[in-house]
Design a protein around this ligand. Structure first.
Ligand code: AGP
Length: 607
């Protein structure tokens, strides 16, 4: 949600901290700020806007000091204002705090602290932390560590936070509860961040903090301790394997386009996931009485595509539940399984669903992109996608690679269930290996058509995506891409559902995109054709996406875009890519903030 960065160094920190929050901006970007401690003062600068805008207003790089914290915000409590931006300070600005998460008892704390003299300058829940820590430090004879731990004890809710104080010069104190926080270990500096992006330009060595721990960081040392006992905890140092170069834009105008073009490679990376890992997931599904698939937003739609793969190849119907609703509907027992899908591995709703599944005694698995994330560390069967960092807020390459993982797992399930032979699985894996070139062909040879269509139809404000079978969840995902990045109204729907009500919306103000199956899927193909005809019969404009070699649809659409000839197994993947391309080009035509669309955040770590 929000991004936290901190640094204790032997040289001035502001320049590096600025780069850290720029790298974290995908987590939130409505405002940002920095606090740097020097001698007995803390300089705090913050404002509304992107990191670049705020830096030009506030000149972060003029700040001088060897220890600092910084923040990029995605507003939850309190509007987008300078006062609500982080860092927050106590009355005398003896300390500054940056926070990610929600302090659920902030109203009680605010009232109590106000009665005791705290002067609140913002509407945020986070500011109570500054006043509470300051009060505890004062009551503990300026013992910053003791005051900090006592204050944390009183906080309810979820948080990752970092504090600097003139009473603890050169040090950062930090702690987490259900929000991610990672320490980076450098040669002449140590770091803290919401995730690896905060410091992976500076070091690849990291320590992952757990709930119940806090840490003290100086330029030369770090200590992770238990909140309960105050004793030091031995921590393993993790080597980050992500390549910083991969996280750069590499000449593309936007990360979204770069990441769409990364997909031929991420498909190959998914195919290189150790087969034993995929088999472990299939085994868990096979052995479970009922195995749920869960995700939210894009990952819910990808899980829904997986549902079709498991049914078709593995012969198992797996319930798919959006993780924000999971605890309200899913009865989970010890014989059940739960497989969560998440790019970040930190999504609050998905982690809550995981807790619900665990509390019922279920076995758990996770398909996750971010190494070291909470989800990866919490499940019995972790599968790392290896898609590399995804910087654009809109998921593209990670979603496609999750769908590949689910397809591979459904094959293994088919093998375990005796529905597929080893030779058949091998042949299917070879087929999946061709996906990389098909995606490349779509990108290199067809993206011009999407560009043209986007420019021709940029005036249209309402879009309807239709698909049947597995093309139905693909249609839902294409519509989500459109909504997120263009701010246009887009709906996805099963084509068969249309005539049960929504068809009344069809007029010259609604454009329909039909995701055609391959001609080999004769029944689905015929049913989808008739839905397209229903729309055209009511004067609706239909843009058809069909595959090469499909002659049956000639003359059916108002306009069409032809995708490479492909097998039924791989066809839905190309529809995902087409949804990404149209959304991207429309967003550019409409001059949207492509990599950071309004109101969104990459990792939604609040309920
Ligand atoms: C995708 O484009 C969205 N930004 C969003 O729906 C996202 O997929 C969802 O918030 C889940 O995130 P996760 O994959 O990090 O769990």
């Amino acid at each position: 949600m929000c991004g936290i960065a901190g640094m204790a160094a032997s040289a001035n920190v502001s320049q590096k901290l600025l780069r850290s929050i720029a790298a974290l901006e995908y987590r939130g970007y409505d405002s940002c700020g920095m606090a740097v401690q020097r001698n007995s003062t803390i300089d705090i600068r913050k404002n509304v806007g992107t990191v670049e805008t705020v830096n030009s207003l506030e000149r972060f790089t003029d700040m001088k000091g060897l220890v600092g914290i910084a923040h990029t915000r995605w507003a939850t409590h309190g509007g987008v204002t300078q006062a609500n931006a982080h860092p927050h300070a106590d009355n005398e600005s003896r300390l500054a705090v940056v926070h990610n998460g929600i302090i659920s008892n902030y109203k009680e704390l605010r009232e109590k602290l106000s009665r005791e003299g705290a002067v609140f300058r913002s509407e945020t829940d986070s500011e109570v932390i500054a006043h509470l820590v300051a009060q505890k430090i004062a009551r503990n004879g300026r013992d910053v560590e003791e005051g900090f731990v006592e204050a944390i004890d009183e906080l309810e809710g979820t948080f990752a936070l970092a504090v600097i104080s003139v009473d603890a010069p050169g040090r950062i104190l930090c702690v987490k509860r259900e929000s991610p926080l990672i320490i980076g270990l450098g040669d002449d500096a140590n770091y803290v961040g919401s995730d690896f992006s905060a410091f992976f330009e500076y070091t690849r060595r990291a320590i992952i903090m757990e709930d119940g721990e806090y840490a003290l960081i100086t330029p030369e040392s770090y200590a992770v301790k238990s909140l309960l006992t105050r004793e030091r905890v031995d921590k393993e140092v993790t080597e980050i394997e992500w390549d910083a170069e991969k996280a750069r834009r590499g000449g593309y105008p936007h990360f979204m386009l770069k990441e769409i073009y990364d997909q031929p490679i991420t498909v190959q990376a998914a195919l290189q996931i150790p087969r034993e890992d995929i088999q472990a997931l299939a085994g868990m599904i096979h052995e479970s009485r009922q195995c749920y698939l869960g995700g939210v937003g894009t990952t819910y739609y990808i899980a829904s595509m997986g549902q079709y793969f498991f049914s078709r190849l593995g012969g198992r119907y797996l319930p798919v539940v959006s993780t924000d609703e999971f605890a309200h509907i899913a009865e989970v027992g010890p014989e059940d399984g739960f497989c969560a899908i998440s790019q970040s591995g930190e999504t609050y709703d998905t982690l809550s669903a995981l807790r619900h599944a665990k509390s019922g005694g279920a076995r758990t698995a996770g398909i996750v992109n971010v190494m070291g994330s909470t989800l990866v560390r919490s499940v019995d069967v972790p599968i790392l996608q290896g898609a590399g960092p995804e910087k654009c807020v809109i998921s593209t390459k990670t979603a496609l690679s999750q769908a590949v993982v689910l397809l591979l797992a459904s094959m293994e399930l088919g093998l375990l269930a005796g529905r597929l032979s080893e030779a058949e699985v091998e042949a299917l894996r070879e087929e999946v290996a061709t996906l990389s070139d098909l995606v490349l062909d779509t990108l290199n040879e067809r993206s011009g058509y999407f560009h043209t269509a986007a420019h021709a139809h940029q005036h249209m404000k309402n879009w309807l995506y239709l698909g049947r079978g597995i093309y139905y969840p693909a249609a839902l995902e294409c519509a989500l891409k459109m909504k997120e990045v263009t701010y246009l109204h887009a709906e996805g729907m099963s084509a068969g559902f249309l005539k049960h009500g929504t068809i009344s919306l069809i007029d010259e103000n609604m454009y329909t995109i039909v995701l055609m199956p391959t001609p080999e899927e004769a029944e689905l193909h015929a049913l989808t054709r008739s839905s397209a005809e229903e729309v055209r019969a009511r004067g609706g404009f239909v843009l058809g996406y069909r595959f090469e070699g499909d002659e049956v649809v000639e003359g059916l659409f108002s306009e069409e875009i032809v995708l490479p000839r492909v097998s039924p197994l791989l066809a839905p993947f190309l529809h995902l890519v087409s949804g990404q391309l149209l959304a991207y080009f429309l967003a550019v035509a409409l001059k949207r903030d492509v990599d950071r669309p309004r109101a969104l955040a990459k990792s939604v770590t609040v309920a």
